[in-house]
Design a protein around this ligand. Structure first.
Ligand code: SF4
Ligand code: SF4
Length: 315
């Protein structure tokens, strides 16, 4: 009987590097639904996900999506007729070195409009952006600033995921030693007009990302109703204070003086009265709870002024 050759790590890396993220999906998320990879008539959209100044929290949040799971998204069980191919992701791509970098650089040099660019994190711009680099070419590191400038004009659309990408967030906090800027500021300075959708949050809610991507793939960019900060109104138009379960306590003047006290958290710095997001109704961790429900004031993490003016850290 013919003996099967074992798949070595080297073989696997080679395969993954050549095939992009369809294979990343299989490697990471077991063989659940594997046969569906071969189902006909499903269109596939590559996602190229790069990270600048960030903590990877938005990646973790999306990868922990419970309903739907990330497997469902990649294997085409969420968006009818579509699946996404996570072609490049700094944390989870199985390929490495020149192989995975050639995938990334291939998109920068390829045809326009063939992939969705997801940018997580703020973009360091000081000293030519040298403080954050992904890979190298001809012996020189490639800055995230350069990647954005190369990939953004070729993308179908750009999704700025998280408050750092959307507005600068914590990495851009004073004194901002690396000159972090938002994705929109970098695009504007470079004169790049590719459509941008921001999904702010620290971290982002997985539904906000999945829902936005699903809408883009199913109905096109024109179907997204965006606010003045390029965010889908579907997720960022409700005033948290109006939907909070402690609103009655606020109206009656029952305010908690310490974190273990009962009552509205306003006097502990809650920013719900000036923060727009659907956290009280959507809730987090598969609808289990949300910040105020867990006894912590809303910090206004989705807002452009976070982390200072609208968080309990400042004013
Ligand atoms: S806890 Fe915050 S959001 Fe809730 S009622 Fe009080 S101030 Fe408003
Ligand atoms: S409740 Fe406030 S701090 Fe918590 S996730 Fe929502 S917007 Fe951010």
């Amino acid at each position: 009987m013919k003996k099967h050759k074992e798949l070595t790590r080297r073989d696997f890396v080679k395969l993954a590097g050549a095939g992009g993220a369809g294979l990343v999906g299989v490697s990471l998320f077991s063989l659940h639904g594997f046969e569906k990879l071969f189902a006909a008539a499903i269109s596939e959209t590559p996602i190229v996900w790069i990270q600048g100044g960030a903590c990877s929290g938005c990646s973790v949040s999306v990868l922990n999506s419970v309903s739907p799971t990330i497997q469902d998204i990649i294997l085409g069980e969420v968006i009818p007729g579509h699946r996404v191919n996570l072609s490049f992701h700094p944390n989870i791509s199985a390929g490495q070195g020149d192989q995975i970098m050639s995938v990334l650089r291939g998109y920068a040099k390829g045809e326009p409009g063939k992939f969705l660019l997801v940018v997580e994190g703020g973009i360091p711009t000081k000293d030519g952006g040298v403080y954050c680099q992904i890979g190298e070419e001809d012996g020189h590191g490639i800055t995230i600033l350069q990647h954005v400038q190369d990939l953004a004009p070729k993308a179908l659309a750009i999704v700025g995921i998280g408050t750092c990408a959307s507005f600068g967030g914590i990495p851009a906090a004073d004194p901002n030693p690396t000159g972090i800027k938002s994705v929109s500021a970098v695009l504007k300075e470079a004169g790049i007009g590719t459509p941008l959708v921001n999904i702010s949050g620290c971290p982002v809610h997985p539904d906000w990302f999945v829902g936005t991507v699903a809408m883009i793939l199913m109905a096109g960019l024109g179907a997204l109703d965006l606010d003045e900060n390029h965010r889908p109104k579907a997720f960022y138009s409700k005033l948290i204070h109006d939907y909070c379960e402690l609103r009655g306590q606020f109206e009656e003047g029952n305010f908690a003086k310490d974190y273990s006290d009962e009552g509205c958290l306003y006097e502990l710095g809650c920013r719900g009265p000036e923060t727009y997001a659907d956290c009280p109704s959507r809730r987090w961790n598969n609808r289990a709870n949300w910040c105020v429900g867990a006894g912590h004031p809303c910090m206004g993490c989705v807002e452009p002024e976070f982390p200072y003016k609208k968080s309990i850290l400042g004013g």
